[in-house]
Design a protein around this ligand. Structure first.
Ligand SMILES: Cc1cc2nc3c(=O)[nH]c(=O)nc-3n(C[C@H](O)[C@H](O)[C@H](O)COP(=O)(O)OP(=O)(O)OC[C@H]3O[C@@H](n4cnc5c(N)ncnc54)[C@H](O)[C@@H]3O)c2cc1C
Length: 316
């Protein structure tokens, strides 16, 4: 029985481990895929305080080293479910089960991709899913923004401040984001909006992205857009299905939770969720960045420690 099991070894989970170990709790982190989480996809991070610039991999390595140095255990496994009761949770991973008094869910989210043949190859080298993170690298350059919802429009407004040109490619005949944002974009001379079109492929010279080919959704007619970068803003996919019977997810699959990292219980849920916490990109929040994930890591770990200490109080 661990004091705390942390699900996900991204910035939120690793920070939670550092705080929990410093409070002398036993900690197991379970990660299914990439130790370090999403940030390992970023070649250059310039907005994490304390580092002028650092690669995502290096930042992740430092977080992992710090968590392990503090004595956190790490297991490579995929969590498939959670059951039990406050103080005695069972974290299920296929055929294996792990026990803990408290659980921190820090499973993050994935950006929805376009599913193009060589999309993965150009992530961080022409393709980005985060204008806040990578917009500065395209100052004075030509970019495309894919999508027409609020995220895409906010990205396009931000990029149009510093990029030579921004072309928005939307698959529908209209934008679904706020009219206020649409009006701002329509007034900008360096912004063009192309409706009813989808991205078919990436055009590249060897390792360098040169542009994209788009196709008219009605006629199928293809045309090439010369851009240095493409920001894909067609939504995110949280990975919270294993917990949906225990805690409440919103319509987009995020764990419903406020800044205290305390999730709401699922409507029909039978599990007493007092020792379950949610940290980082996996929960409802307005800004999804490393800084906000690490902040949640600290908040959730200290809350979990308080919960465990209160259990001891109950036994005395
Ligand atoms: C290309 C790119 C560039 C970015 N650049 C920046 C930047 O410059 N600055 C910045 O602040 N932010 C940036 N971000 C955003 C930042 O990476 C995220 O906000 C941050 O990683 C969120 O941390 P997290 O720990 O909440 O989740 P994640 O980093 O998503 O980590 C969650 C982890 O949980 C694991 N997991 C999920 N489900 C399970 C399961 N069932 N069982 C076990 N493990 C599971 C996942 O494999 C993952 O490793 C960028 C993101 C991307 C994709």
């Amino acid at each position: 029985m661990y004091d705390i099991i942390i699900i996900g070894a991204g910035p939120a989970g690793l920070t939670a481990a550092i705080y929990a170990r410093r409070a002398e709790k036993s900690v197991l982190i379970i990660e299914k895929d990439t130790f370090g989480g999403q940030i390992t996809h970023s070649p250059r991070v310039e907005n994490y305080p304390g580092f002028l610039a650092i690669s995502g991999n290096e930042l992740a390595d430092k977080l992992i080293e710090q968590a392990m140095e503090q004595g956190a255990e790490i297991e490579l496994d995929t969590v498939t479910g959670l059951k039990g009761t406050a103080g005695e949770y069972v974290v299920m991973c296929g055929s294996r089960e792990y026990l803990a008094k408290a659980v921190i869910i820090a499973t993050g989210s994935r950006h929805r991709t376009l599913g193009l043949a060589n999309e993965e190859r150009f992530i961080g080298e022409g393709i980005s899913y985060c204008a806040v993170c990578d917009g500065a690298f395209y100052r004075g350059k030509r970019v495309a923004v894919i999508g027409g919802g609020n995220s895409a429009l906010v990205d396009a407004v931000m990029l149009s401040e510093n990029c030579e040109s921004v072309v928005i490619v939307q698959n529908l005949e209209f934008l679904t984001g706020e009219p206020r944002l649409r009006r701002i974009l329509e007034e900008r001379e360096n912004v063009q909006i192309i409706y009813s079109s989808v991205v078919k492929r990436i055009v590249a010279d060897g390792t360098e992205m040169r542009g994209i080919v788009i196709a008219d959704a009605n006629t199928g007619a293809e045309s090439e857009l010369l851009v240095d970068g493409m920001f894909v803003a067609i939504g995110q996919v949280p990975e919270n299905e294993p917990f949906e019977e225990v805690i409440r997810l919103n319509d987009y699959g995020y764990i419903v939770s406020g800044e205290a990292c305390v999730p709401e219980r699922a409507e029909e849920g039978e599990v007493d969720t007092r020792g379950i916490f949610a940290a980082g990109d996996c929960r409802t929040k307005t800004v999804r960045q490393v800084t906000t994930a690490t902040a949640d890591g600290a908040t959730s770990a200290l809350a979990a420690c308080r919960f465990i200490d209160s259990l001891l109080g109950d036994l005395r």
